[in-house]
Design a protein around this ligand. Structure first.
Ligand code: BG6
Length: 483
């Protein structure tokens, strides 16, 4: 573990993500000795903070998980703060001096991780300055971690990508999609490709449909300003949902290298049929927005802080995806995600066709993969009911991870930051994937805009608008999970 040496420069070091996710993740890596003496962190943002104050903030951020006060203190002593205006060239000189001196103090051998956790409108400015003002070293690795949103549509994401590519190569870029760091999302590949039962039946001749639900009980909280410009389609579908779709339907990669995995995912995303939105009263992708809850205890989206009182922003999306490959053409993938739904639950349901024999009145076999916060796998088979005759009874095979196991498994950010440290890009979103999923999402966005229909409302604490149920009903199907 002594070999992981790096200086992290975090742009947006005072921000919410840094405090909620990054500092705890770095601390966990420190606790497990993936990071030890040879690391340092520079936090930057506009505001003026002292090193002492910054280190206090870092200690606060890890207080629930720290082994002891001394250990937290030792960890926080690796952190420095530098007030920084990303547009001011002079400021990069100051930053470089600090970076070079920390490099020497902690013997970091020129390894640098530039973590961009701020508005993407600054990504281009930052990356070009990093290069020009020589914060990029010659002796070590230089990696850039980029937080979403990566653009707001295909055009802007392409522009952003070109800007960044002017200073850094694709193999230096780590676009975070934290779903790819989740243990249970990575498990999808193990389940699919390490079990003959599934390798032989995970295809259109056996599977009837696939359902993906990423539901949240919370509303927009303090993020009204960002969210009202973004909406569920861009916040959740463009990235997390599309990645999960790709993992569920891609062909086996030749190996778990970045190139092989990426190529298989891109193959799927390129094959997505543009959704049919021609019937404006029941398009293949529907949206919704939460209204006040039926009992009046939860306010409507439009009443939320920093949200336009006439907002048309989608807080819910449901849709039907068709993958135009021989393997998948006839298998719909239904997806839904939204805020202020009944429960926080990310899950996948794979529903098989019924058997061809007509011996039984069977329920279709289905597999549920719980991605979080509940984690585990359930397979629902048919069993014979004890007693005379040949009646059936459900046979659920359940393997849910205990609270303790979940607690002890590495958290998504921890896994992904470790991947950045060791230079493994397998679990990141590569440009080709990002580009394809933006094109898909743009088409939906455009259709909604042109349809000029009012946005369907759903009461907070429900499972979305009626349209989300109609979507499956008109195909003679139902959501497997219907709390
Ligand atoms: C983020 C979105 O990417 O994912 C949030 O911006 C959302 O709006 C979050 O709440 C959900 O992630 P998780 O891991 O809690 O399912």
């Amino acid at each position: 573990s002594q070999k992981n040496k790096a200086l992290f420069i975090i742009f947006g070091g005072t921000g919410d993500l840094a405090q909620r996710k990054l500092y705890p993740a770095l601390y966990r890596l420190y606790k497990k000795e993936y990071l030890s003496e040879h690391f340092a962190v520079i936090g930057t943002a506009r505001r003026e903070w002292s090193d002492e104050y910054y280190q206090d903030v870092v200690r606060d951020a890890i207080q629930d998980i720290a082994d002891s006060d001394d250990h937290a203190k030792a960890f926080a002593s690796h952190f420095r703060y530098q007030s920084h205006n990303v547009k001011d060239t002079e400021h990069y000189h100051t930053l470089k001096r600090l970076a070079d001196s920390l490099d020497e103090e902690y013997q970091l051998e020129g390894n640098r991780i530039f973590y961009l956790s701020m508005s993407p409108s600054f990504f281009g400015t930052i990356t070009s300055h990093l290069k020009e003002q020589k914060l990029v070293t010659d002796n070590g690795f230089n990696r850039v971690v980029i937080e979403k949103p990566f653009g707001t549509d295909y055009e802007s994401s392409k522009e952003l990508n070109d800007e960044i590519n002017a200073s850094f190569d694709e193999d230096q870029l780590y676009r975070i999609d934290h779903y790819l760091g989740k243990e249970m999302v990575q498990t999808i590949l193990a389940l699919r490709f390490a079990n003959r039962l599934f390798t032989d039946s995970w295809n259109a001749s056996s599977i009837d449909n696939i359902q993906i639900t990423l539901s949240e009980d919370l509303g927009v909280e303090e993020r009204g300003e960002y969210y009202d410009k973004t909406g569920a389609l861009k916040d959740m579908v463009q990235n997390h949902v599309m990645q999960v779709v790709a993992l569920l339907t891609m062909n086996p990669p030749k190996s778990f290298t970045m190139e092989d995995v990426r190529d298989q995912k891109i193959h799927i995303l390129k094959a997505l049929k543009e959704p049919d939105m021609s019937d404006v009263s029941s398009p293949e992708f529907i949206r919704g927005q939460y209204a006040e809850s039926e009992d009046g205890s939860l306010i409507a989206y439009r009443e939320e802080d920093k949200v336009d009182t006439e907002s048309m922003t989608d807080t819910f999306v449901a849709g039907k995806l068709t993958i135009n490959t021989d393997e998948w053409r006839d298998v719909p993938v239904y997806i839904r995600t939204g805020k202020r739904l009944k429960e926080k639950m990310s899950r996948v349901d794979v529903v098989w066709k019924k058997t061809d024999n007509e011996l039984f009145d069977e329920s279709p076999t289905h597999l549920t993969i719980h991605l979080g916060p509940k984690e585990g796998v359930e397979l629902f088979l048919n069993d014979k009911k004890i007693g005379p005759g040949m009646d059936l009874t459900p046979l659920p095979l359940r393997s849910l991870r205990s609270e303790e196991t979940i607690e002890q498994s590495p958290e998504a950010y921890e896994k992904l930051i470790l991947d950045v440290l060791i230079g493994d890009e397998t679990h990141f979103a590569h440009w080709g994937e990002v580009a394809e999923s933006w094109k898909f999402v743009d088409a939906i966005k455009k259709a909604w805009k042109e349809s000029d229909q009012p946005i369907p409302l759903y009461p907070a604490n429900s499972m979305g608008p009626k349209e989300a149920f109609d979507l499956l009903e008109k195909d003679g199907r139902k959501w497997v999970w219907n709390p």
